[in-house]
Design a protein around this ligand. Structure first.
Ligand SMILES: Cc1ncc(COP(=O)(O)O)c(C=O)c1O
Length: 458
């Protein structure tokens, strides 16, 4: 088991104490690194009067680093080059490199605007009831026994991130195990979200750099030696950042192992429909775990699959053993949400509900979603072909084998820096590229850059 991401919780007993501990550790490391800045500030304040006039009560605050993912876009925006290419952030772009608002979303919004009876009142703490019901059906399947038996509680949250945070806060307060295992590597925000919610983060082996595929043996060993009851974060499909998913047979083995060890699955479903183009196929892993009657959590995001990034619309579902437990769990989720943001925003959830409830809009959505997934798959083939045509050293078949929005190229951080400097191509330093940011026009530029990086930078 690798301990790098473990942030020990010390002797604190409550989630609040643990959160404060985490923040205190952060602040103390910040203040030690900022002491020279503070000295400088003090030296330019010769008298109490001028200190009062010029010194901010926040003058000890040090400049925080940019977010490793969103910071890529900040750097990209500053680059004046006409050939610059942003493959950092996971947002879909058209062949013309433009952000896309789905037609079906425009139609749903038009319906909302035309409906004069609609008001802007607060939603309940757990959000729009119809949205919650339809979201549960989307991920668990319309015929899910757990839904029919009222064993699922679903609450609308602020997109995928907010759903993860609410789920984690609930677990930190009410679940007997506070350790969560995340795959190595995982989406960079996972450890931060879970740690600040009061959980202790550990990793399980997931990616094998040698094969650029799944380290299945390592995964089984690490989960097999996790303490009974530990929480396990699973990417439902289209693993970020690696694009490597277990096969259905491997999922089944993971399920058996986790159930036998009483590990609690927490699914992160940020890409349903994006991996294969099929909403049902991409939910198979989750449905497998729900079908066995056991408990689990699932965080859903509509950022990618409906293109509702900035609307911040998502849902957290907790599948319980009985309807009675589910009702009590929901009552506690309200206590988590109320002091955090009171209640969620209405607009995005109304768009989603309008699409999911209407047969025609739903089918239009699945077509548009498949078109996005297919364009990404076509980019994979074009990039792989372009590298092969250039005779770029190495086996690039993983570009086609990996799935979803991202390719984990295998390029190292020096090669990434080189590509940014020489070719104005922006990506995260781990060599992850967003295939959704590529187009037929930009593939040759990227292939040239990769070829140069691989042949000139070790
Ligand atoms: C694996 C994973 N989980 C969750 C999210 C959360 O996204 P959002 O909060 O925008 O829905 C993302 C977004 O990139 C992601 O890749």
């Amino acid at each position: 088991m690798r301990p790098e991401l473990t942030l020990p919780t010390g002797h604190a007993s409550s989630p609040t104490d643990r959160r404060l501990n985490a923040l205190l550790r952060h602040l103390s490391s910040s203040s030690s690194s900022s002491s020279s800045a503070m000295d400088t500030n003090n030296s330019i304040s010769p008298s109490p009067t001028s200190a009062f006039q010029h010194d901010s009560v926040f003058s000890h605050v040090v400049q925080a680093p940019e977010d490793p993912i969103l910071g890529v876009t900040v750097a990209y925006n500053k680059d004046p080059s006409p050939v610059k290419l942003n493959l950092g952030v996971g947002a879909y772009r058209t062949e013309e490199g433009k952000p896309l608002v789905l037609n079906v979303v425009r139609k749903a919004e038009q319906q909302l605007v035309n409906d004069r009876a609609r008001v802007k009142e607060y939603l309940p703490i757990i959000g729009l009831a119809e949205f919650n019901k339809l979201s549960a059906k989307l991920i668990f399947g319309a015929d899910s026994p757990a839904i029919q038996e009222n064993r699922v509680t679903t609450v609308q949250c602020l997109s995928g991130t907010g759903s993860l945070r609410v789920g984690a806060e609930f677990l930190a307060k009410h679940y007997h195990q506070r350790t969560i295992y995340v795959p190595l590597p995982t989406w960079g925000n996972h450890p931060k979200v879970f740690t600040l919610a009061g959980l202790s983060v550990k990793t399980y082996r997931y990616y094998d750099p040698a094969t650029r595929g799944l380290n299945f043996q390592g995964l089984l060993e690490d989960l097999g030696s996790a303490p009974a009851g530990a929480i396990v974060l699973l990417h439902a499909c289209a693993h970020n950042p690696t694009g490597v998913d277990p096969t259905l047979q491997q999922w089944e083995q993971i399920r058996q192992l986790m159930r036998s060890k009483k590990l609690l699955p927490f699914f992160d479903s940020a890409y349903q429909g994006f991996a294969s183009g099929s909403l049902d196929a991409d939910a198979q892993s989750v449905r497998m775990f729900v079908a066995d009657g056991g408990e689990c959590l699932a965080a859903q995001s509509y950022a990618k699959n409906m293109g509702l990034y900035g609307e911040r619309v998502g849902a957290l579902s907790i599948v319980c053993k009985t309807a009675d437990v589910a009702g009590k769990v929901e009552s506690q989720l309200k206590l988590v949400i109320r002091p955090m943001y009171s209640n969620p925003p209405i607009h995005g959830a109304s768009i989603v509900a309008a699409i999911l409830r209407d047969r025609n809009l739903y089918s239009e959505w699945t077509i548009e979603l498949k078109a996005m997934a297919d364009r990404i798959i076509s980019m994979r083939h074009q990039l792989c072909d372009a590298l092969r045509a250039r005779g770029t050293p190495g086996d690039w078949s993983h570009i086609i084998k990996q799935i979803g929005m991202f390719t984990f190229t295998g390029l190292n951080s020096k090669q990434v820096t080189f590509m940014t400097k020489e070719y104005h191509i922006y990506m995260t330093s781990d060599g992850r590229i967003s295939m959704a940011g590529l187009s037929s026009k930009t593939v040759p530029h990227l292939a040239d850059a990769i070829h140069a990086a691989v042949t000139r930078v070790v």
